[in-house]
Design a protein around this ligand. Structure first.
Ligand code: HEM
Ligand SMILES: *[C@@H]1O[C@H](CO)[C@@H](O)[C@H](O)[C@H]1NC(C)=O
Ligand SMILES: *[C@@H]1O[C@H](CO)[C@@H](O)[C@H](O)[C@H]1NC(C)=O
Ligand SMILES: *[C@@H]1O[C@H](CO)[C@@H](O)[C@H](O)[C@H]1NC(C)=O
Ligand SMILES: *[C@@H]1O[C@H](CO)[C@@H](O)[C@H](O)[C@H]1NC(C)=O
Ligand SMILES: *[C@@H]1O[C@H](CO)[C@@H](O)[C@H](O)[C@H]1NC(C)=O
Ligand SMILES: *[C@@H]1O[C@H](CO)[C@@H](O)[C@H](O)[C@H]1NC(C)=O
Ligand SMILES: *[C@@H]1O[C@H](CO)[C@@H](O)[C@H](O)[C@H]1NC(C)=O
Length: 316
């Protein structure tokens, strides 16, 4: 190889690995908004001091953002007279929450470093900080995502997994996003925190047999067979505000709240990984952190694509 070819190759490698070319980096705001990370952390801490469930809600917002057109802040866009976003999609309507917390963070960041930190990145940082605040693992959040000017209601309806689906459907829906089965099983451990509405698990507790009967009875007390659709139950019966590995321990004794939860331990190919996580919290923590980084990498807008919204609820 000649020296000129070598130089061209080096230049190409440098260009191709620069943030402008699609890669996220953990130091993206170090020069442009050095306080970004500490400001988000403080705001998340404050929000969780008011309501611990908010940590779960913020984690889920990031997930539902990333699964529709990539992690581009699309879920945050409000409907308006000439725009329909994702907020009324089946998996989101009357269900996703935390928008006010994101607004508060955005307002603070705009006051300190105007036009720098994207809403999509705020979601990724707030999700990590929520997990840490509730006792879970930490990881370096990759940054540099930009915000979309659009959203996809149909994408939100078809690409976010449904609680009535089976294991093979979950494997393919995560695979469609570039995530492995291992990532899918680890990410499902996010259900160690937060709440679900009766309507999402009614069929499982009344009509299915792969559920511990005394657990089913206790959940039925707050989820009648007709009505009560918005009544809440904890996804992790043991510790809904602590990020631990109890979700997997519950599955071992058929105490998954959602049909989809118990699908991960129902005599199928996910059983052994669930057993590993139920026995080893640190293995779960390590895999969850790695999987969150992978999920946060789904089709980000970078470089000059998209924009940095001033207000997370509407395009600039
Ligand atoms: C495997 C497929 C999944 C299905 C079928 C599923 C389904 C659901 C459902 C039905 C709820 C209750 C929603 C409601 O009643 O309003 C819920 C809540 C939740 N989900 Fe998932 N989910 C999945 C994966 C994930 C992933 C990958 C994450 C994050 C990494 C996640 C995080 C959460 C959290 C934290 C909550 C509680 C939210 C809160 O309390 O506000 N889920 N999920
Ligand atoms: C970037 O900032 C973070 C925290 O603000 C710090 O931990 C890290 O060392 C910085 N990295 C570089 C390369 O400056
Ligand atoms: C949508 O309508 C608002 C006023 O209601 C207007 O400011 C905005 O430019 C419109 N957007 C598009 C894309 O037409
Ligand atoms: C969303 O929920 C509201 C009730 O809060 C309901 O009136 C509306 O029809 C729902 N939208 C969709 C698209 O399901
Ligand atoms: C899982 O559900 C899909 C439809 O979503 C169906 O085609 C498939 O047969 C089901 N697989 C099993 C093993 O039940
Ligand atoms: C249980 O299954 C029966 C028969 O398919 C159905 O009529 C009923 O609505 C189901 N109940 C719930 C709570 O899903
Ligand atoms: C069901 O849960 C109850 C209460 O935690 C427990 O005592 C019982 O052993 C469980 N049954 C099975 C079959 O796992
Ligand atoms: C949304 O906008 C991005 C670029 O900002 C574009 O790549 C994508 O195709 C658009 N998606 C839809 C559904 O219009």
């Amino acid at each position: 190889m000649g020296i000129n070819t070598l130089i061209i190759c080096i230049v190409l490698v440098v260009l191709c690995s620069s943030p402008a070319n699609g890669q996220l980096t953990s130091t993206f705001y170090n020069n442009t908004c050095p306080k970004a990370l500490s400001m988000v952390r403080a705001a998340v801490k404050q929000a969780l001091a008011k309501e611990k469930r908010m940590g779960a809600s913020l984690v889920r917002l990031h997930f539902h953002d990333c699964f529709v057109n990539g992690c581009d802040g699309s879920i945050l866009l409000d409907d308006s007279a000439n725009f329909t976003g994702e907020k009324t999609a089946g998996p989101n309507n009357n269900s996703v929450r935390g928008f006010d917390v994101i607004d508060t963070i955005k307002t603070q960041l705009e006051a300190t470093c105007t036009g720098i930190v994207s809403c999509a990145d705020i979601l990724a940082i707030a999700a990590r900080d929520s997990v840490v605040e509730l006792g879970g693992p930490t990881w370096r959040v990759q940054l540099g995502r930009r915000d979309s000017r659009n959203a996809s209601l149909s994408g939100a309806n078809s690409q976010i997994p449904a609680p009535t689906s089976n294991l093979s459907a979950f494997i393919s829906s995560f695979s469609n996003k570039g995530l492995s089965t291992k990532d899918m099983i680890a990410l499902s451990g996010a259900h160690t925190i937060g709440q679900a509405r009766c309507t999402t698990f009614k069929g499982h507790i009344y009509n299915e047999t792969n559920i511990n009967s005394s657990f089913a009875n206790s959940v039925k007390a707050n989820c009648p067979s007709t009505g009560g659709d918005n009544n809440l139950s904890p996804l992790d019966v043991q510790s809904a505000t602590v990020f631990d590995n109890k979700y997997y321990v519950n599955l071992q004794s058929q105490k998954g709240l959602l049909h989809s939860d118990q699908e991960l331990f129902n005599g199928g190919s996910a059983d052994s990984q669930v057993t590993t996580y139920s026995n080893n919290r640190n293995t779960f923590f390590r895999d969850f952190a790695a999987a969150m980084v992978n999920m946060g990498n789904i089709s980000p807008l970078t470089g000059t694509n998209g924009e940095v919204r001033k207000n997370c609820r509407k395009p600039n």
